[in-house]
Design a protein around this ligand. Structure first.
Ligand code: AMP
Length: 461
């Protein structure tokens, strides 16, 4: 199936091709035709399935086919409600990318930031508004937003909005728009309150159910290193002595972090390039081309820059920093293990990132095995993280990592793994692991792709 076969219009096809999307994901395949035909949609799917494009591509298409009249100016014709600021901004960014060759304009209004810039954007006019419920309700009460012309409503992650206590705000917002409209409703679970809402809002919807995002990562071999502060670069250097890591996509939280890691890898003769928002389009494409061809072994990326990059059969993803949004972890590691192949995802975690690790494990529904036998173990693991208790601080920011930059004396990366639910020093039961070669080439030659995913070629296993 191609996007052309889904009858997507040329300006959107052009944008998709620019984003590197070659074919629709299952949720896109199943949702787009019904939404283009004007049907309501009930989607049971989580972030990571391609859900955003599944609803936003047909919305952009439907709205560009009925351009607003010049005399009335732009009016909000589609409203997308999401529970979190991060998700709203991510959707806004995606829609801007997908609609770049159309006349459609979108804007996001979210809480936690000054209202002024959002008022200006609303004043300039938008066809699509992406919003979190609280700020939207404030602006509606101040009569700065008019939802009378909304034709398509999207409720994204409705169950999360319920969990976060926004559902009454959502219901109030719905009363401010026309009763007759197309509604696209997404929820990963269907608690009774959500089920009631579905029944009252949707008319004969197309139903699409996609396996939860967590199960898509099951085939990826995951591990985590709990590291004492300031040793991530040392551990990365050590890992890359393993020749079986043919190509690695390394994720850092910041652009500066990406540059620093790249520079430090160059010092040990590992070929690496960075892609992030401060690099020109040319530089990014060049880095991507080199990585794909095998000319560089390591691509260091921030999440934003990595979005939409399509690399086949990537063997390793390394999280230099853990993301504070657990779904991002799933997106990152989903870049390996594609097309039914296995892959390896290795994460580095310093003490400040332990809450993120807990959130990730909660989302994926399992503990990530810990590699215990390495030279930089975390000296003091807080008691709350030894017993598998859920995190209470999912929104706290991690301290920036402080790579020491120097190479470790030991190059024995033999490792053992252990469940995170029993991360106490006293309860170690280490598995025998093959020793890695002590002298490895910094940039080993690439094996044929067919051999990348063979179990015996994995590092530290
Ligand atoms: P979402 O579930 O909407 O958050 O999407 C997950 C990730 O998949 C995002 O990074 C999207 O940019 C990417 N994505 C969505 N659709 C496609 C596609 N058809 N081809 C390649 N990447 C996609």
């Amino acid at each position: 199936m191609t996007f052309q076969e889904l009858n997507i219009i040329p300006p959107i096809l052009k944008a998709l091709s620019k984003e590197g999307y070659t074919s629709p994901t299952p949720i896109q395949e199943q949702s787009i035709p019904g939404v283009l035909a004007g049907r309501d949609l009930l989607g049971c799917a989580q972030t990571g399935t391609g859900k955003t494009a599944a609803f936003s591509l047909p919305i952009i298409q439907l709205l560009s086919e009925q351009t607003s009249s010049v005399s009335t100016g732009r009016r909000i014709r589609s409203l997308i409600l999401t529970p979190t600021r991060e998700l709203a901004l991510q959707i806004d960014e995606n829609i801007k990318a997908y609609s770049q060759f159309t006349n459609i304009r979108c804007t996001a209004i979210v809480g936690g930031v000054s209202q002024k810039a959002q008022e200006r954007a609303l004043h300039q006019g938008a066809d699509i508004l992406i919003a979190t419920p609280g700020r939207l309700l404030d602006l509606l009460n101040q009569k700065r937003v008019d939802l009378q012309f909304v034709k398509i409503l999207v409720l994204d992650e409705a169950d999360r909005m319920l969990d976060m206590g926004f559902i009454h705000d959502v219901k109030r917002i719905i009363t401010k728009m026309p009763a007759k409209k197309q509604t696209l409703f997404f929820s990963a679970t269907m608690p009774p309150e959500i089920d009631k809402m579905v029944k009252s809002l949707l008319v004969n919807p197309v139903k699409v159910e996609i396996t939860p995002v967590s199960s898509t990562v099951d085939r990826i071999e995951q591990s985590v290193y709990l590291l004492e502060m300031g040793n991530k670069q040392n551990q990365l250097n050590l890992l890359l002595e393993d020749k079986s890591i043919v190509s690695a996509l390394v994720f850092t939280r910041t652009k500066r972090g990406a540059d620093r890691v790249t520079k430090d890898l160059a010092k040990i003769n590992v070929s690496a390039q960075a892609i992030h928002g401060n690099k020109s389009q040319n530089d990014r494409q060049n880095a991507l081309r080199n990585f794909k061809s095998g000319a560089t072994r390591v691509l260091v990326a921030t999440d934003i820059a990595a979005r939409g990059i399509d690399i086949d059969e990537l063997s390793h993803v390394i999280n230099f920093n853990l993301p504070n949004i657990p779904e991002t972890y799933v997106h990152r590691i989903g870049r390996t293990g594609r097309a039914g192949l296995s892959g390896t995802a290795i994460s580095f975690c310093e003490v400040d990132e332990l809450p993120f690790l807990k959130d990730i494990e909660k989302l994926i529904g399992k503990t990530i095995p810990e590699v215990k036998d390495h030279p930089y173990p975390m000296k003091r693991i807080p008691q709350s993280f030894k017993s598998g208790q859920p995190s209470k601080s999912s929104n706290s920011k991690p301290a920036s990592s402080r790579p020491a930059g120097s190479r470790p004396a030991s190059s024995n990366a033999a490792a053992s793994t252990k469940s995170a639910s029993a991360r106490s020093a006293s309860a170690r039961s280490e598995q025998p692991k093959p020793k890695l070669q002590t002298k490895a080439k910094a940039n080993p030659p690439r094996k044929p792709k067919s051999e990348w995913f063979k179990k015996e070629s994995k590092a530290s296993r």
